[in-house]
Design a binder for this molecule. Structure first.
Ligand SMILES: Cc1cc2nc3c(=O)[nH]c(=O)nc-3n(C[C@H](O)[C@H](O)[C@H](O)COP(=O)(O)OP(=O)(O)OC[C@H]3O[C@@H](n4cnc5c(N)ncnc54)[C@H](O)[C@@H]3O)c2cc1C
Length: 454
């Protein structure tokens, strides 16, 4: 299979290229875990592709500024790290903070980015006020979050209107999730949110920011979840009513410490839940949550500086990704979110997956009932892990959970997502592709071109 790469140093070059209607996978900083960037050739050959063209958006000119209302204006491949540093220098902060800070913010629109602060602030979708994308004719099109998608010109005909109603109805069961198995399609900007670049190329966006908060990071050292998850579940319940005072509520299990250097391990032999607490609410949170967890003694509750917390949180998933690549296996990790009522059930399912000889670890967005369980198999163990994952997705389907609430579908999760789609989703994808991408040039290998299998 041939892989071609195209780079663009000016928007005009990108527009000219889009007008050629060449099927292309446009990408940002290539941190997606659902695109097999490090083995595209092998993957493409398995799929029977003869060629793949990569459109690198990483060289486009960048803009990162604040407007008079302190909204963040982004053009080009600005990363989360750059935007956060810029905002902080102006007394503001980004409201989303994905674990991978080197991802591009505009790619985050395409993937419907979420992250640690999602607990307090919701997803990037909720912060996106407007965006501009290049359509299939290389023309700029603006979308506003304030406009309902049902008023958009795409849905003014009878067929479109009825389809959108049916689609939105099918979405209802997933309203509580950060990301459902299919894009939300409620407001205009949703055409670019979570559609993974299959309907156009996002070239700029305007996002809400928050004032720069004063926060404290508190770590709770808990027993290993496989042995006793009762305190974990107690913390989970207690923290739910505090989303405006606690911005993040994250988890790293004891198995994950083996991927960190010794000096970064906060407490050997223990799992950790950590909370990012707004300082003005600290006393209240201490009184109503921390002091109420009677099974923990004072030594199990401690403060950690932000930089150290950020470092350990980022290094673990990166290291795990690298270990899997070295072992020659694609990451066998999960991205499941469930409703609060099913969180204990999810931990039980993960407990049963943990039984056996394959190494594993668990971390993620604890407060949102959204944890990443990762198998660390060698090549011989990979197939059995795959089977266990298939069982897990059956369970997620039964409890009406969201199988991929953060990292999206990309190329690697298409097989697992199929049971979550009905005719309505297939019809909507086909309607959008025909209307917005008539030449099928934007990421033609993506989920919107999947066909129903019996
Ligand atoms: C260690 C680690 C931790 C992570 N943590 C998080 C997390 O906390 N939250 C989270 O949401 N994700 C997380 N991710 C996943 C990943 O970082 C995100 O999906 C991110 O948004 C991808 O950004 P990118 O610039 O690398 O995009 P790429 O990988 O380059 O592209 C991702 C997708 O977006 C599309 N795309 C990219 N740019 C555009 C554009 N301008 N217009 C249209 N389509 C475009 C591509 O076609 C592709 O489908 C993590 C990944 C890693 C490796």
């Amino acid at each position: 299979m041939e892989i071609y790469t195209k780079g663009f140093s000016a928007i005009k070059d990108l527009k000219d290229y889009v007008r050629l209607s060449e099927p292309t996978f446009f990408h940002g900083n290539q941190t997606s875990t659902v695109i097999p960037y490090d083995r595209l050739n092998e993957y493409g050959e398995q799929q029977g592709w003869t060629s793949l063209t990569l459109g690198n958006l990483g060289q486009l000119p960048q803009e990162c500024s604040l407007d008079k209302d302190n909204n963040l204006i982004i053009s080009g491949p600005v990363t989360w790290k750059q935007a956060r540093e810029f905002c902080r220098s102006k007394g503001r902060n980004t409201m989303t903070s994905p674990t991978e800070e080197l991802a591009a913010i505009l790619s985050g629109v395409a993937t419907s980015c979420t992250g640690e602060r999602c607990f307090g602030y919701g997803t990037l979708r909720e912060q996106l006020l407007e965006c501009t994308y290049l359509d299939h004719q290389g023309e700029e099109q603006k979308l506003l979050a304030a406009n309902d998608l049902s008023d958009h010109r795409l849905f003014q005909n009878d067929e479109g209107q009825k389809l959108l109603k049916r689609y939105q109805c099918s979405y209802q069961q997933y309203r509580e999730f950060k990301n459902a198995p299919f894009p939300r399609l409620e407001k205009e900007t949703d055409l670019m949110t979570g559609t993974e670049g299959q309907l156009g190329v996002v070239i700029n966006g305007i996002f809400k920011t928050s004032k720069l908060e004063n926060v404290t990071y508190i770590f709770l050292a808990l027993p290993k979840w496989e042995e006793d998850a009762s305190i974990h579940l107690d913390v989970f319940q207690k923290v739910q009513g505090f989303r405006e005072k606690v911005y993040s509520c994250e988890f790293v299990d004891e198995n994950s410490w083996s991927y960190l250097s010794e000096d970064l391990i906060p407490r050997k032999g223990k799992d950790i839940v950590f909370l990012e607490i707004e300082n003005i609410y600290f006393e209240e949170v201490y009184e109503k949550i921390l002091s109420q967890i009677t099974q923990l003694d004072e030594n199990d509750i401690f403060e950690v500086p932000e930089s150290r917390c950020r470092q350990l949180r980022m290094e673990i998933p990166r290291a795990i990704f690298e270990v899997n690549s070295k072992m020659g296996v694609t990451k066998k990790g999960t991205d499941v979110q469930v409703l609060s009522k099913d969180f204990a059930g999810l931990l039980e399912v993960y407990k049963s997956m943990a039984k056996g000889d394959v190494a594993y670890n668990l971390f993620g967005h604890f407060g949102d009932a959204h944890l990443h369980f990762n198998f660390m198999p060698n090549q011989f163990e990979a197939a059995s892990c795959q089977k266990k994952l298939e069982e897990l997705y059956k369970w997620v389907f039964e409890v009406k959970g969201s199988p991929f609430a953060e990292h999206g579908i990309g190329m690697l999760k298409q097989k697992f997502i199929q049971p979550f789609y009905t005719d309505t989703q297939y019809e909507m994808f086909s309607y959008l592709k025909k209307s917005m991408d008539p030449n099928n040039q934007f990421f033609p290998q993506g989920f919107m071109n999947m066909r129903k299998t019996q």
